[in-house]
Ligand binder design. Structure first.
Ligand SMILES: [Zn+2]
Length: 287
C-alpha cells in the first residue's frame, strides 16, 4: 500500500483497475458530520421517529451509527449492499443518467447510491403505517438512507468507471488533513465551522435552494449529477496519473468537501422531515 503523506496526495487515475475493498467510503468523519448536521435540523416528529428507530446503545445519536453500512458491506449478509455505495459513470462523460448508470457490476438495475436512497425512502414511508408492518427493517432503512445521503454528496463516489484512487484523497485525506492542520484534530471545531457557514455565513443564502425538492424520489438524481460535475471540475481536472498533488490541490478542494458535507446534512434532514412529518407532503411526493 502507498502511504499518502498529508501534502503529497497521489491520485492513481485510471491506473488501479482492481477495486480494493474499502477504497470507496466517505470517511467516518464525513458521515458523522453529515448525520450530526441532519439530526440538529429535525423537526419534532422526525426527531421522535429517529430516536424511536435507533437502538438503545446509540443513545439517541444518529451519527453514532451512520458509518454502520460501511462496516457491514463485506459481511455475507450485507454483501448485496456493497454496490450501493457508489455510481460508476462512463469515463469523461461527466454526466449521470439513472437508466444508464444506476446498476451493479452485473448490470442489475437500481443497484447504486441513488437507487438505494429511493428504496430506503420508500421503505421508511411505511413507518407511518405503524409497527405492525414488519416487511421492512425500519432501523436499517434509516441507517442506510442516512449513510447514502452522505455518499451521494461525495463527488468521487459518482466518478469515472476506471478511477479508484481519487476516492481515497476525497474520502479521507482532505478531511483528515483539514482536521489536523486547522482544527487540532477536533471534529467538533470543524463541524462548528461548517454549521456556521450555512446558518450565518457564506452559504446562508443557498440553504433554501439546497432543500428544494418537488419529488423525494427524483431529487437524489440531482445530487448525483452535482457530484459528477464537481468530480469533473475539481476532482479529475488538471491531474495526471501518478502525479503528486500539491498544497493548492488540497486547499482549493477543502471548501468543496465541507460544503458537500453541509448539503448532505441539510438534505438528509429535509428528507427525514418529510418522511416522518405529519403533513401528507412526504407521501404525495415520493411516488
Ligand atoms: Zn458508503
Amino acid at each position: 500500500m502507498v502511504r499518502l503523506s498529508p501534502f503529497e496526495f497521489i491520485l492513481f487515475m485510471g491506473l488501479i483497475l482492481i477495486s480494493a475493498p474499502g477504497t470507496r467510503a466517505w470517511s467516518k468523519e464525513g458521515h458523522i458530520m453529515t448525520c450530526r448536521i441532519a439530526q440538529s435540523l429535525l423537526e419534532s416528529e422526525a426527531a421522535h421517529a429517529v430516536e424511536n428507530l435507533l437502538p438503545d446503545y446509540a443513545n439517541g445519536d444518529l451519527s453514532a451509527l451512520c458509518v454502520w453500512p460501511d462496516q457491514v458491506r463485506h459481511w455475507y449478509r450485507y454483501r448485496w449492499t456493497s454496490s450501493l455505495h457508489f455510481i460508476d459513470t462512463p469515463d469523461e462523460a461527466c454526466t449521470f443518467e439513472f437508466s444508464r448508470d444506476c446498476h451493479d457490476s452485473h448490470g442489475v438495475k437500481d443497484m447504486c447510491i441513488v437507487g438505494a436512497i429511493q428504496n430506503f425512502t420508500s421503505q421508511l414511508l411505511h413507518y407511518r403505517e405503524g409497527t405492525s408492518d414488519r416487511r421492512h427493517n425500519m432501523t436499517e432503512a434509516l441507517l442506510f438512507l442516512s449513510h447514502f445521503l452522505g455518499d451521494v454528496h461525495q463527488p468521487m463516489h459518482v466518478g469515472f468507471t476506471s478511477d479508484e484512487g481519487g476516492n481515497t484523497v476525497w474520502d479521507r485525506e482532505i478531511i483528515l488533513t483539514a482536521l489536523k492542520d486547522y482544527y487540532d484534530k477536533d471534529l467538533e471545531l470543524l463541524l462548528n465551522d461548517i454549521v456556521a457557514n450555512f446558518t450565518d455565513g457564506i452559504w446562508y443564502a443557498d440553504v433554501s435552494s439546497w432543500k428544494d425538492c418537488n419529488n423525494l424520489h427524483t431529487c437524489p438524481n440531482k445530487y448525483a449529477t452535482e457530484s459528477i460535475n464537481i468530480a469533473c471540475k475539481w476532482g479529475y481536472k488538471g491531474v495526471k496519473a501518478g502525479e503528486t498533488l500539491a498544497d493548492d490541490y488540497f486547499n482549493s478542494r477543502m471548501p468543496i468537501v465541507m460544503k458537500r458535507i453541509a448539503q448532505g446534512g441539510v438534505r438528509l434532514a429535509m428528507i427525514l422531515n418529510r418522511i416522518f412529518g405529519d403533513s401528507d407532503e412526504g407521501l404525495a411526493t415520493a411516488t
